[in-house]
Write a protein that binds this ligand. Structure first.
Ligand code: ADP
Ligand code: MG
Length: 509
């Protein structure tokens, strides 16, 4: 663990100060929708069979410190990252070479790729793609260079279901509120000031992205025309409902756009594409009002990224059905695949030409190098020289402790850390074929700080680390047939500063 770069913070509180702070955290959070449905392990189904309970989303009592320069740099390069991933998603040939290697060893990736091929056979009818991205970073400080500045290293780039944009802005609002009502003891405000707490535009900005896609789709392609809506494709059960509602209610209030949340498993039942309309509009008939038909301008996927969500061939039919429709997808299959860990590994390959290939027509060499500076070391596990080197590390208990092994998955809980890597690698089989579905990444070890986290009704205090996510919105054209600019909209859309318990140091990993 790198030496801390942070001042001694936060102060110890008296029991009265703690009680005041905590009661305001609870009340403000529920009042303002900074909430989640509790997980079933916290509130068993028998206790809340109708799933009507909500609890405060886990939050820190104090705003977590984060180096300002790192924070500003991450936000400043977001539009370059948006453009990079939009252009990758447009470059089917480039993607194909990488994805086809995974197809042989990873059924989930193979099925996604197959959906794309199936739609290609009948032709895509929608050339616009929407990206609501989130690029995640941790702070890295080179332990061998005590005087070096902390810098950001990218953990991953999310192209599907980038969550918490609807809650992150509220966390910023909560901490500002606590400051305003003097819930922090007087020793703290020297560190926490209004300028210390940057405002977070994530709700307005991500909603603006969805509204922009919605307007770009119009008018209705149905005969006669139908009212338009956006559909959020969600999980079932979904814990993160209020994050989604924050966007849906902003779309209604600020843009007069109607949104519906529809479980992925219900999409085949409640949406259809009229067989006599070659434009393939996606028609949604809400279960509560089947006689009212809406045309879906934009499908915002907050689900569909985990293999467990595809538990039958119907699930793959559903993804194909949605992909072949005229609705603007956020994301398309190609954009979803562009977010694979393998793509991140290929981009970060030392002296690779990829960044220049995608960015040099719009970005200066200096700007491209700022993107490159965020890359951590990531290795393939294949029979290239770099791959053999990485397999050597991954199979050696003496070396693996500084690394994390990742499959091509999203949504957390899939990574293998440190000393667990060698036995896991062994379990993949001796011939090494399955290694290729994984990448090996150097562990970033951010400096620790202290904070108190309120989660599931209890407070835990101790050493934590920060992980910064920066949101980006991008709307682009897929295909060559469209004249004019390929990227129509591109902006940085706010941030998420997550505070996590710190992982044990290398030797304990
Ligand atoms: P997922 O798609 O499952 O979210 P991530 O790559 O984001 O996969 O990894 C999940 C979490 O694991 C991250 O949010 C981060 O906390 C931790 N993690 C991932 N990569 C690293 C790394 N190189 N160094 C330190 N922690 C990491
Ligand atoms: Mg992640």
């Amino acid at each position: 663990m790198a030496a801390s770069i942070y001042p001694d913070y936060p102060p110890d509180l008296t029991s009265e100060q703690s009680a005041y702070l905590l009661s305001n955290v609870k009340d403000w959070s529920i009042l303002n929708g900074l909430a989640v449905r509790p997980s079933l392990s916290f509130v068993p189904k028998e206790v809340d069979p109708s799933r009507s309970l909500a609890v405060t989303a886990p939050v820190t009592l104090f705003p977590s410190l984060f180096p300002r320069r790192c924070f500003e740099e991450a936000r400043a390069i977001q539009t370059a990252y948006n453009e990079l991933y939009a252009l990758i998603a447009r470059d089917e040939e480039w993607l194909r070479e990488i994805i086809e290697e995974l197809v042989e060893v990873d059924d989930f990736i193979a099925n996604l790729w197959n959906v794309h091929l199936e739609v290609k056979k009948v032709g895509y009818v929608q050339s616009l793609s929407l990206g609501i991205f989130r690029s995640d970073y941790m702070v890295h400080k080179d332990p061998s260079q005590p005087d070096s500045n902390p810098e950001i290293k990218q953990v991953e780039f999310n192209t599907i279901a980038s969550s918490f944009g609807g809650l992150a802005a509220k966390v910023s609002g909560l901490h500002s509120h606590l400051l305003s009502i003097s819930a922090y003891p007087s020793t703290v405000p020297t560190l926490i000031t209004k300028s210390f707490l940057p405002s977070n535009p994530s709700i307005a900005s991500i909603s603006q992205g969805l509204a922009t896609a919605h307007r770009a789709y119009a008018p209705s392609k149905s005969h006669p025309p139908l009212p338009l809506c956006i559909v959020f494709v969600v999980q079932d059960p979904e814990n993160n409902v209020f994050d989604q509602h924050a966007l849906g209610s902003t779309l209604l209030a600020d843009h007069n756009i109607l949104t519906f949340r529809l479980p992925f498993s219900a999409t085949l039942a409640y949406t259809s594409i009229p067989s006599d309309n070659p434009s393939r509009p996606l028609i949604y008939k809400p279960p509560h009002s089947p006689s009212t038909a809406y045309e879906v301008t934009t499908l915002y996927f907050r689900a569909g990224y985990a293999p467990t969500e595809y538990n039958s061939s119907e699930s793959w039919n559903a993804r194909l059905h949605l992909e072949r429709s005229a609705a603007i997808k956020c994301p398309t299959i190609l954009t979803h695949l562009a977010g694979s860990k393998k793509i991140q590994q290929v981009l970060t390959t030392p002296s690779s030409p990829h960044l220049e290939r995608f960015l040099s027509s719009t970005s200066s060499a200096e700007y491209i190098n700022r993107v490159r500076a965020t890359f951590a070391a990531i290795y393939p596990l294949d029979d290239t020289a770099a791959g053999k080197h990485a397999i050597g590390i991954a199979t050696d208990a003496g070396k693996a402790s500084g690394y994390v092994l990742k499959p091509q998955r999203e949504g957390g809980g899939n990574n293998i850390y440190g000393l667990k890597i060698p036995p896991f690698i062994k379990s993949l089989g001796e011939d090494g074929k399955k290694y290729r579905g994984h990448i090996l990444m150097e562990l970033i070890e951010p400096p620790a700080l202290r904070n108190s986290v309120f989660r599931n009704g209890g407070v835990t205090s101790g050493e934590v680390i920060g992980e910064l996510g920066v949101y980006g919105v991008c709307l682009w054209h897929y295909g060559e047939e469209v004249a004019g600019p390929k990227i129509l909209e591109n902006w940085e859309a706010g941030f998420l500063l997550r505070t996590k318990g710190r992982r044990k140091a290398k030797k304990e990993a």
